[in-house]
Design a protein around this ligand. Sequence first.
Ligand code: NAX
Length: 328
Amino acid sequence: TRTPVNVTVTGAAGQIGYALLFRIASGQLLGPDVPVRLRLLEIPQAVKAAEGTAMELDDCAFPLLDGIDITDDAKTAFDGVNVALLVGARPRTKGMERGDLLEANGGIFKPQGEAINAGAADDVRVLVVGNPANTNALIAQRHAPDVPAERFTAMTRLDHNRALSQLAKKLGVSVTDIKKLTIWGNHSATQYPDLFHAEVNGRNAAEAVGDQAWLENEFIPTVAKRGAAIIEARGASSAASAANAAIDHVHDWVNGTAEGDWVSMAVPSDGSYGVPEGLISSFPVTVRDGKYSIVQGLEIDEFSRARIDASVAELVEERDAVQALGLI
Ligand code: NAX
């Protein structure tokens, strides 16, 4: 039998945590033959709720679930961690300025980065889900100097999946008919879902749509504002779909992407496509042998260039703001 993989989930008592943990424990994160040991990190007031979730996990009698530890201490939570899912974050509340939000999250992601640096396994992979995800990932990464920078990623897979679904609906095709869709930039309203490199049954997706007005005025804003639309309809933010995207992100990072396709991941830039080095920005990536690479050589036209630049400019602003606050 294989040795269990240590998976740490922060914000485990939250709504994404509740949708995520059962799928991890059932084998959907790493595969049907990989046992997992779960570590749940919560703030002290939410430990009891996390214990309740752990009771339910026990009650599922998942064959692959090797054990569950619950803690409010980051060092304990990340000791020996192989896969870290950083979901817990400080949400923006009424009257909160952006600086306050970044500062509050710096107070979470700095110590978590330090704890990952101190105790994580050599093969650790980190996915930041908690918003502002790209910049929270940057903060954690900068406080983990001994971990290769490329192990820190942020989630734009939910945006990617949303874009797949919107396009499939528009064209009356299945999501499996669509390949090479890309989310560029920040996981925020400035993100750029790109159809110009995407293919629908082998045909260029933007051409298949053939309607620039739909692309600009419907598709892009619908994908970018989908989170707000879910809150409006459901009275709560995306949870099961966010958990699903986190599963997809890590699953593909570990197990690889399909031949002839790619996925979107926010990863530290190597300067590709003019994105300043080190910024954690979303790119098209392929994965082979557990390592991702940014897809190279795509031609970026003027329309796409302006959209990518605008989202990257926002990431630069966020980075400069956390730098000014002394968080990185
Ligand atoms: P909830 O408020 O339901 O849960 C968050 C949990 O995190 C709470 O239980 C809280 O106690 C815990 N927490 C807070 N600080 C912590 C710390 N320092 N250590 C450990 N746990 C801590 O939020 P939920 O709906 O689960 O969303 C979690 C995060 O995901 C939010 O920041 C949200 O904005 C973000 N999202 C990111 C998405 C993405 O695509 N990247 C999409 C979905 C979601 O909006």
